[in-house]
Design a protein around this ligand. Structure first.
Ligand code: FAD
Length: 362
């Protein structure tokens, strides 16, 4: 019998299972599809929230901690798996209107390098391909990115390398609770006993009866398109009005993303393609000449303020919730996992855990 079952094998579940395993916990991860096949595969992998100054400190605290963890984590994953997560520095240029002083002060308070630029020649020294609408904004030169499918591949290979137990195509139907204490989980075929269960089921985290009333996570669809370009054609991540362009190492260029609250629907639409392409071409006009190679959608685990749940359930001993990272599961993930691990192992948490409890968000 494992000590701890993790329900959901996205980036959050995989990173959590791996960390607990490394700390000596006997884990079992159960995933209804293939590992990392949902939002964690579909995302942009920007290692910063978009417009981070608009977020609560509790989100930025995790983001800043993760930025310190990823260099070593991606290096270790490479050593374990031979798989490169493409953790690279692209910097992020964000078009902003109005007063930038507050943003610069905010960045200083978090020791984040940020500079306001409103001279198009200087902006083009940073990214030569930008269009005319990119004429003023905030340049953050230290922002990194990870290529999501490569992170998933590296994590999966790390599981195999370290022999971390997991089962794919295994859907958990019920979390078993006896006398207000977790006793395990049930799938169609089996009952798995465990004293601890972590719900890391992304957008699906409210599905279990024990979590329905308290875990406010809703699917928020995000569509993305990908262009086929040459390496270094575009070098920087550029963002304006919620639309962004992310250049990958091999010349692929992603443009995202939509925000759609329409339930568990992952279909892609021609209207989204038009919206994303139109916005991308305004940011980087040369994209108009490139082929759109692929379009896809993912379901973000949405919460109202974007603050994730990282906590023990209020009413059920041994039940933990690690979900609701919304638009920032990759950037928050590494630090969020450290906090979840502290809580599960009953250690003093590395940061104040109060903002991430179920009650804090109701
Ligand atoms: C278009 C888009 C762009 C994004 N860009 C960024 C970005 O640039 N930076 C960033 O940090 N974040 C970004 N995100 C958000 C990020 O991808 C998510 O926050 C993150 O992937 C959430 O990880 P997760 O493991 O919680 O969820 P998921 O990856 O969705 O994993 C949850 C897993 O649980 C499994 N599951 C569900 N129910 C069950 C069950 N009953 N039994 C077993 N398994 C179950 C699912 O199959 C799934 O694999 C983006 C997301 C999208 C869609």
């Amino acid at each position: 019998m494992p000590d701890c079952i993790i329900v959901g094998g996205g980036a959050i579940g995989m990173l959590t299972a791996r960390q607990l395993f490394l700390e000596g916990v006997d884990v079992l991860l159960l995933e209804k599809g293939p590992l990392g096949g949902e939002s964690s595969w579909a995302g942009g992998g920007i290692i910063s929230p978009l417009y981070p100054w608009r977020y609560d400190d509790s989100v930025n605290r995790l983001a800043e901690r993760s930025k310190d963890i990823y260099p070593e984590l991606t290096k270790t994953l490479f050593e374990e798996s031979g798989s490169d997560c493409e953790f690279i520095n692209s910097g992020l240029f964000t078009v902003v209107e109005g007063d930038s002083k507050e943003i610069i002060d905010w960045a200083k308070s978090w020791s984040i390098k940020a500079e306001f630029i409103n001279d198009i020649a200087t902006i083009r020294d940073i990214e030569k391909s930008v269009g005319d609408i990119v004429d003023r904004g905030i340049w953050m030169p230290d922002i990194m990115q990870i290529r999501n499918p490569k992170l998933i591949k590296a994590l999966k290979a790390s599981f195999d390398h370290l022999s971390i137990p997991y089962q794919e195509q295994t859907e958990v139907e019920e979390v078993i609770v006896e006398n207000n204490k977790v006793a395990g989980v049930r799938t169609k075929q089996h009952r798995y006993a465990a004293d601890k269960v972590i719900i890391a089921s992304g957008a699906w985290s409210a599905q279990f009866s024990v979590t329905q009333s308290s875990v406010d996570v809703l699917p928020v669809k995000g569509q993305m398109i990908m262009y086929k370009g040459e390496p270094d054609l575009v070098k920087r991540i550029v963002l304006s009005e919620g639309h962004y362009v992310i250049p990958r190492k091999d010349g692929r260029i992603l443009a995202g993303s939509t925000l759609e609250k329409i339930g568990f629907d992952k279909s892609v639409s021609s209207s989204a393609l038009e919206e994303l392409h139109g916005a991308a071409v305004e940011l980087i006009p040369l994209l108009d000449d490139l082929e759109v190679e692929r379009q896809w959608a993912g379901l973000r685990p949405g919460t109202e303020k974007g603050i994730p749940y990282i906590c023990q359930h209020d009413d059920v001993e041994g039940l933990y919730v690690h979900a609701g990272h919304f638009r920032n599961g990759i950037v928050l993930g590494a630090a969020s996992v450290e906090l979840m691990t502290d809580i599960v192992l009953d250690r003093r948490p590395w940061c104040d855990a109060a903002p991430y409890t179920l009650s804090a968000q109701h």
